[in-house]
Design a protein around this ligand. Structure first.
Ligand code: ADP
Ligand code: MG
Length: 570
């Protein structure tokens, strides 16, 4: 298809009806990859003033859409071709489902008349997407396009957010529209409140707590309830423990943050209030809490209550309202709140011990650097250049992500994206691109393990093309978990499964397309500091810093995820 035939259409087609509906829903950005039959859709969207971000792989596009949904609170939209395009994008659909992120996937599909006849890239996409979506549907007529899209939109943002799928057959995309497709009704998310007696009961239990703990999940970010959470923490003096992506809902630097004394907090708390987090593997299915701890669970999804551990009180409703209700109730009885200082001091001691352990890890670094030295050097530079923490951190990898979690605090909400509920690898470039579009004026710093980076590295070209000044840091230890210093003496048939090419020049990817970009290969803390300082100074250009570190296995295991999280052993 020639480009002129794409850009000169003017008739009111199904594609234009879809684009107009997306515009009405205030969609500003679409991620995707075009091809038959969706080029016209993308072009119609661009003509409507919607930005189209053409990625290099549908996985990246779909991961980007999910993250964009989380960061902006509006569903991220992803547009892909039929069959293989949709199957690749299932990764992002599944990821958005697992993380409770609002997203709409739109897939082109074969002509309706060819269904079941072996059409080009034919797949029952509505069925394929259904297990991973809150809604999966297809308009049967052009006139029905807005209402199906509306359905997908409402489903993705209402209640527990999640992904939805809309199938768009080629004949509908190209077909001429009559003028009677119904306009979209304006939609405001309903605000659900927790039951009054549950609030009362929860307040009662919180007032009896000597060692209260608030577990914070990314539901707080989705509900934009960070101010209410901060108020509750100030009112009760209760320590809080964020999940990895909930870091920053209240600053990690807050004295009541129990992130560095996680085990003690869970073991000793007598009342645990869970806000917008699930007691899944990330919180060891709730089994690490003190057996006698009373559990209060605040979530918008009733089915989440009592999963893995029975809750004393269920606070079902939107977190913003629930927390307000709780604050109101507790404020009336402020004098009855027990001062939790002894518990807070105990956790502070635990944090100090852990900080000492971390310091030793940094100290043990030699040349080449270990993970701790590399990432603490990055943290020192970020802290010096961006002390308010007003940047977005993307972190992906195994040990790289783990050490980043320990060493790089978050100070602000919705500024941190990592492998999330699925521990998915391959999300990094999509997340970084989405973050830069969601926060155009902020820096996005993406710290990758070298293997993790490989999953989405080609989308560096996407970032360069759209002039997104990402700072990409690759912590290069030559493999998955670790690598070997030299593969040249080994027979390739005997290579260990985890080893990648030692000394891969990831920084050269910064030159993959023309643009004002920089690549750095660094081997010492001083070189790393200088490179990052330059990357931060060059506000308009993308940088890749390849940090060559020790290839040997790390001396200490990962301590966020232990065997009980993954083996099913409780
Ligand atoms: P984390 O990984 O940070 O622990 P999860 O993704 O496991 O977070 O859990 C997020 C929880 O937040 C989900 O159970 C979801 O139902 C809940 N949630 C999402 N949006 C809201 C909201 N507006 N109000 C209350 N709970 C919400
Ligand atoms: Mg590695």
């Amino acid at each position: 298809m020639s480009s002129s035939s794409i850009s000169t259409f003017s008739a009111n087609t199904g594609a234009t009806v879809l684009a107009a509906a997306l515009r009405q829903l205030q969609v500003e950005v679409i991620f995707g990859i075009v091809g038959i039959p969706v080029v016209e859709v993308a072009e119609a969207c661009i003509a409507e003033g919607i930005r189209f971000i053409g990625c290099r792989n549908e996985q990246t596009a779909s991961y980007a859409a999910g993250a964009y949904g989380y960061l902006t609170g509006k569903p991220g939209v992803c547009l892909v071709v039929s069959g293989p395009g949709v199957v690749h994008a299932l990764s992002g659909l599944y990821n958005a489902q697992a993380n409770c992120w609002p997203m709409i996937l739109i897939g082109g599909s074969c002509e309706s008349s060819q269904v079941g006849r072996g059409a080009f890239q034919e797949l029952d996409q509505v069925a394929a997407c259904r297990p991973y979506s809150k809604y999966s549907g297809r308009p049967l007529t052009i006139e029905a396009i807005p209402s199906v899209l509306d359905q997908a939109y409402r489903n993705s943002v209402s209640g527990r957010p999640g992904p939805t799928y809309v199938d768009f057959p080629a004949d509908l995309i190209r077909g001429l529209a009559s003028n009677n497709s119904s306009p979209l009704s304006s939609f405001k998310k309903p605000n659900s409140q927790a039951a009054h007696d549950s609030i009362q009961r929860a307040a009662e239990i919180l007032l009896s707590a000597k060692r209260p703990l608030i577990i914070v999940g990314k539901g707080v970010g989705l509900a934009h309830a960070e101010d209410e959470l901060a108020e509750l923490v100030a009112l009760t003096g209760a320590p809080f423990l964020p999940s990895p992506m909930a870091k920053g809902m209240i600053s990690d630097l807050h004295p009541l943050c129990a992130g560095a004394s996680r085990s003690q907090a869970l073991q000793h708390a007598d009342v645990v209030l869970v806000v917008g987090a699930r007691l899944n593997w990330m919180f060891q299915f709730g089994r690490r809490f003190n057996v006698n701890a009373k559990l209060l669970v605040a979530d918008i999804e009733p089915e989440e209550i009592n999963r893995n551990r029975a809750a004393e009180v269920a606070l079902v409703g939107d977190l913003k309202s629930t927390l307000k209700q709780l604050i109101q109730m507790l404020s009336l009885r402020k004098k009855e709140i027990i001062n939790p200082t002894p518990f807070v001091n105990m956790l502070a001691d635990g944090s100090k011990r852990n900080a000492e352990r971390t310091r030793l890890q940094i100290q043990q670094s030699g040349s080449p650097m270990n993970h701790y030295m590399a990432i603490s050097t990055i943290q020192d530079r970020l802290n010096a250049s961006l002390p308010s923490g007003d940047y977005v951190l993307v972190s992906e990898g195994a040990r790289t992500m783990d050490v980043t979690r320990v060493l790089v605090p978050s100070q602000l909400p919705r500024r941190r994206l990592d492998a999330g509920t699925l521990g998915a690898m391959g999300v990094g470039m999509g997340y970084a691109i989405a973050a830069q579009l969601a926060y155009p004026s902020k820096r996005v710093v993406a710290i990758f393990g070298d293997s993790a980076f490989g999953f989405s590295a080609m989308d560096v070209e996407t970032a360069i093309r759209y002039k997104l000044p990402l700072i990409i840091i690759v912590i290069n230890n030559g493999g998955i978990y670790h690598g070997l210093d030299d593969l040249s003496t080994l027979d390739p048939s005997k290579y260990p499964s985890f080893a990648l090419s030692p000394n891969t020049n990831y920084e050269l990817l910064s030159k993959i397309a023309p643009g004002s970009t920089s690549g750095y290969s660094v081997r010492s803390p001083a070189e790393l500091n200088t490179a990052l300082e330059k990357a931060l100074r060059h506000e308009a250009s993308l940088s890749i810093i390849n940090v060559h570190i020790d290839h040997r296995p790390a001396s200490q295991g990962l301590y966020w995820m232990d065997s009980s999280s993954t083996s099913g052993k409780l």
